[in-house]
Design a protein around this ligand. Structure first.
Ligand SMILES: Cc1cc2nc3c(=O)[nH]c(=O)nc-3n(C[C@H](O)[C@H](O)[C@H](O)COP(=O)(O)OP(=O)(O)OC[C@H]3O[C@@H](n4cnc5c(N)ncnc54)[C@H](O)[C@@H]3O)c2cc1C
Length: 457
């Protein structure tokens, strides 16, 4: 780095973007040294909060010319250390860029600045009668469109619509040298950003899941859809976890649901709905199915099909309360109560759906063998449907941050879990320091070479 002191660096950045957007006070650097993962804190040298693509471009160009690392961040809700700066440098806080640039109701797209949160965008669209397909991760009141696209998030609506990048029509990206590139149909200077796949390769896809390594996303165009008039919120309880998993796969294969979630550890439902276990004794798993349709007959027919599958698999309807909490008034909030349990050790990853039962049983066996529940750890086991064949599989424990013994045990369990997930064919959709430790030596060499070549270019 040519700038010998942090304050010299900060002054130079103020010259580039103006006052009020650059900070290097210790307490601010400390607050930007972490995300929501259990990874160790690391401080950036300086934080910049830009408000336009041009400002991002100036900062990135300057950093490139002076070999200063840049880490773009959104809500910093990464669960795997992806938004922690590993080598100091400039942390770009993208949350200053949160405007809706264009809502095109004829061409059915919305263009936004990438620092907007999913919650904010959804509420704006709702007022206008529109919804998104993928509606954000469970952290959607803090997670940003740019952060989720950069980490291939799975979440609300993934069953029908796929992962965060699936509804993406184009991006504006500041490349590592500071140049600005537009992808999708807007690459043609006369066209609107209404279509993703055009005259050349899908360069939008290059930046999806890149964790900011290939550029800083400043604007994204997403498909929008009419808010459906009819919705069905269904929830079923199961005594037998394997049957719950079979039901889940069956519904997913029939492609009738907007969203399907399985909770494989009903102890954790007690944190969301107090008294759940007294109301529904003997249940060991719950599956939620959400249906949305523009036509009431279609919604009803789908609900009937799901009810038929439920009775085939021995399910018990548990009413619509939990499904409504999940999909309507509790959206983005249903997992917050788990934080009463302490710090989590998340190892969410993509898994073929037919393997959920095997993974749950294996996790529970290990958990019992290590007597973790007796030692005060609470497990959470869940699966969120992704397309018609896979899930984001979530199995983690929470630990008491005040106890170093508790932390050590939970972190050991976590590291072993991530290693096992990869060896058994699971695929992380995030990278970040947590997964990178385990990915080494397990990736196809050609993939690694190609990724490096793209980065160097
Ligand atoms: C309560 C809770 C629930 C969660 N639920 C889910 C869930 O259901 N599904 C899920 O996938 N994840 C979930 N997460 C993890 C996390 O919230 C998501 O991965 C989310 O998409 C990250 O968005 P963010 O804006 O916070 O990104 P950050 O954490 O700020 O960044 C994530 C990565 O993207 C990069 N990045 C951020 N913005 C940009 C940009 N504009 N341009 C280029 N790169 C950028 C960062 O460098 C980093 O590598 C959850 C987290 C919490 C705390």
């Amino acid at each position: 780095m040519k700038y010998t002191t942090d304050s010299e660096l900060a002054s130079k950045l103020v010259e580039l973007v103006g006052e009020g957007k650059v900070a290097d006070q210790e307490y601010i650097l400390a607050s930007y040294s972490m995300d929501v993962s259990p990874e160790p804190r690391r401080r950036p040298d300086v934080v910049v909060r830009p408000f336009s693509t041009e400002e991002v471009s100036k900062i990135v160009r300057f950093a490139f010319e002076n070999s200063i690392p840049v880490v773009p961040t959104g809500g910093r809700t990464s669960m795997c250390g992806a938004s922690i700066p590993q080598r100091g440098g400039i942390l770009l806080d993208m949350t200053g860029m949160q405007k809706v640039i264009e809502l095109n109701k004829e061409e059915m797209y919305v263009t936004v600045e990438c620092g907007i949160t999913w919650g904010h965008l959804i509420s704006i669209l709702k007022e206008e009668g529109f919804k998104l397909g993928f509606r954000g991760p469970y952290s959607g009141t803090a997670a940003t469109v740019g952060g989720s696209i950069s980490s291939n998030s799975i979440g609300y609506g993934s069953c029908r619509w796929g992962q965060a990048p699936a509804g993406l029509l184009g991006l504006t990206v500041v490349l590592p040298n500071g140049n600005i590139a537009r992808t999708g149909s807007q690459a043609l200077i006369y066209a609107n950003p209404f279509n993703r796949y055009n005259m050349g390769p899908d360069l939008t896809g290059l930046f999806c899941g890149d964790h900011g390594t290939l550029g800083v996303k400043t604007e994204a165009t997403l498909s929008i859809h009419l808010i459906p008039e009819h919705a069905e919120h269904l929830a079923y309880g199961f005594e037998d976890v394997e049957k719950a998993c079979q039901f889940f796969c069956d519904v997913q294969k029939h492609e009738v649901a907007e969203d399907i979630v399985l909770i494989g550890e009903t102890g954790s439902l007690e944190y969301i709905i107090e008294g759940f276990n007294d109301m529904f004794p003997g249940l060991n798993a719950v599956v939620i199915v959400i249906i949305e349709e523009n036509c009431s007959g279609a919604a009803r027919a789908k609900a009937e099909l799901v009810a038929g599958l439920a009775s085939k698999h021995g399910a018990r309807s548990i009413g619509d309360l939990y499904a409504k909490i999940h999909w309507t008034f509790g959206m983005f909030e249903d997992i917050h109560p788990f934080f009463q349990l302490g710090m989590w050790t998340p190892e969410c990853h993509n898994l073929p759906s037919h393997r959920i039962a095997e993974k749950i049983l294996e996790f529970k066996k290990l958990y019992t063998k290590l007597r973790l529940r007796e030692k005060g750890y609470q497990p959470v086991i869940a699966a969120m449907a992704n397309n018609n064949n896979s899930v984001s599989f979530v199995a983690h424990v929470y630990y008491d941050v005040r106890s170093s013994e508790s932390k050590r045990t939970a972190l050991d369990f976590w590291e072993q879990g991530m290693e096992r997930d990869l060896l058994e064919g699971g695929v992380p959709y995030w990278s970040g320091t947590s997964w990178l430790r385990h990915l080494r030596g397990k990736l196809d060499p050609g993939y690694v070479e190609l990724y490096r070549a793209v980065k160097q270019a």
